[in-house]
Design a protein around this ligand. Structure first.
Ligand code: ADP
Length: 465
């Protein structure tokens, strides 16, 4: 089976969040089970700066560069006017004003490659709103190629003014309530939902949640009309990237048998974070996150004082909305002995935080899958999560199920529930024997792509039948 995997961000070429991790690792996992996947993404400045050994081809007006690594062909869509910029989607003042043009161009380029007869693609696997127009362009051109549209976060919908319709080459007849119209605007996400052969999202729990008004972000109605074609497949972890035994970024490599060396990673993190040496005696809580309302960062800020009083210290690595950037900076200034904030995107530091922390918190208001809780498990860093979406699916509360528990869960997105869950984690941490037993157990869990890639393969096969 030949898959064209289309995504606006793919690690290690371009990344703002978990989508890049998934787009980097799922195609490789598919290759291992004899689905040949080619990956297509824009030729961003970040890719240009990697100075890869590239080949060129063009189809009509579209220019492409290709690069092969690990049996995968990466196809980059070239358009310097649109993609040679410092960021992927936005700048500090807000989204790029021409995103409708940038990503309709991307979608058209994907469609053009998808239908190249010589390439023989069976399926186009589209990811997020930036690829939402692909199924529609294929329909407009009467091409019968199956498309899977995966929603990684329904909060991002690619909403644009109605007038954009004319500049992106969509005939007026598709602008209606059953098409791409969305409350007087047009939505690229909705195009993906309406015109794809099937829809999936990144956990079973989230696939059910998005059908409800509470989590559907206004798209639940249209999704319910396609409910029988909505699937949930949980993301996997790329353990070649996220395993303390192999990690190139951390002070000491360790595994279940050599877990004592995790302490060296904690020492190193404390030093990098500029926290005092006696932090070593305190449970250290890690946070790595886009700083957005979704992630419940405000709850951490509100609870900071109480968390410190429980005896814990906190390190925050994140970047995002100005409001949360400054809140995180402010608490670090207020409690410099206990809180260290790093407002930036830094992959190396992210690995150090996973390895050097004892506890990892994710108080998300909603979470389609979440990857950091899965990375934390492998690093023996106990996840404390809100029971929503993929967090709820992947984490079992140790206080509820002592045998299988792999973290701590709380139900309401409130300061009170967060503090209670953190205090439970801190209590466990004090019992060294119990703590290490749990650490060893969670490090042995397998959340690799193997099972999930097979589910995708089954779904592709179903679409082709
Ligand atoms: P989301 O995709 O909603 O941002 P996920 O938990 O699915 O959340 O994935 C987040 C990914 O982005 C992880 O790989 C995480 O380590 C990484 N990440 C998030 N913020 C940063 C940051 N400031 N620096 C480095 N990596 C980050």
């Amino acid at each position: 089976m030949n898959i064209l995997f289309a995504s606006p961000e793919v690690a290690p070429f371009a990344k703002t969040g978990g989508l890049a991790d998934v787009s980097g690792s799922l195609p490789r996992a598919l290759n291992e089970i004899s689905c040949r996947a080619s990956v297509i993404l824009p030729f961003y400045k970040s890719v240009k700066n990697m100075r890869l050994n590239l080949s060129h081809f063009s189809i009509g007006q579209f220019d492409f560069l290709t690069y092969k690594e690990g049996g995968i062909e990466y196809i980059f869509v070239v358009n310097d006017k649109y993609y040679d910029r410092d960021n992927l989607y936005s700048e500090p003042t807000g989204d790029y004003k021409d995103n409708s043009l940038r990503f309709s161009y991307f979608a058209r380029a994907i469609a053009v490659v998808a239908i190249e007869p010589a390439r023989g693609f069976d399926i186009v696997h589209c990811n997020e709103w930036q690829t939402g127009l692909v199924p529609l362009y294929l329909k407009i051109h009467g091409v019968d190629i199956k498309t899977l549209f995966t929603i990684h976060n329904i909060g991002y919908q690619g909403l644009f003014k109605k007038d954009s319709l004319y500049s992106i080459g969509i005939p007026r007849r598709f602008y209606n309530i059953n098409g791409i119209e969305y409350y007087g605007k047009l939505s690229f996400l909705k195009a993906g939902i309406v015109y794809s052969s099937a829809i999936s999202t990144v956990s079973k729990g989230y696939s059910e949640e998005i059908l409800t008004p509470e989590f559907g972000c206004g798209m639940d109605g249209i999704l319910r009309t396609r409910a029988s074609q909505v699937y949930g497949i949980v993301n996997g972890v790329d353990y070649s990237e996220w395993d303390p035994k192999l990690d190139k970024h951390i002070a000491e490599n360790y595994d279940r048998e050599t877990i004592d060396k995790k302490l060296e990673c904690k020492k190193d993190l404390i030093k990098s974070a500029n926290l005092p040496p006696d932090t070593l005696e305190r449970p250290l809580i890690g946070v790595i996150s886009r700083l957005a309302h979704q992630k419940g960062i405000d709850l951490i800020v509100e609870a900071a004082r109480e968390i410190i009083d429980l005896g814990a210290s906190i390190i925050i690595l994140g970047t995002g909305d100005e409001k949360y950037n400054s809140l995180c900076k402010r608490i670090a200034t207020e409690y410099p002995l206990y809180i260290s904030s790093h407002i930036k995107f830094d992959n190396r530091l992210a690995h150090k935080v996973e390895a050097g922390s004892d506890i990892f918190i994710m108080p998300s208001r909603y979470e389609p899958c979440g990857l950091n809780q899965l990375y934390s498990l492998k690093y023996g860093t106990l996840p404390v999560v809100r029971s929503t979406g993929g967090l709820n699916d992947t984490i079992i509360d140790v206080y509820t199920d002592e045998e299988r528990g792999n973290g701590i869960k709380f139900s309401e997105a409130t300061k009170k529930d967060l503090i209670k869950a953190v205090s439970q984690a801190v209590e466990l941490y004090k019992d060294k024997e119990k703590w290490q037993k749990i650490q060893k157990r969670i490090m042995g869990l397998d959340f690799s792509w193997k099972a999930s890639a097979l589910h995708y393969k089954e779904l592709y096969e179903k679409l082709l039948r």
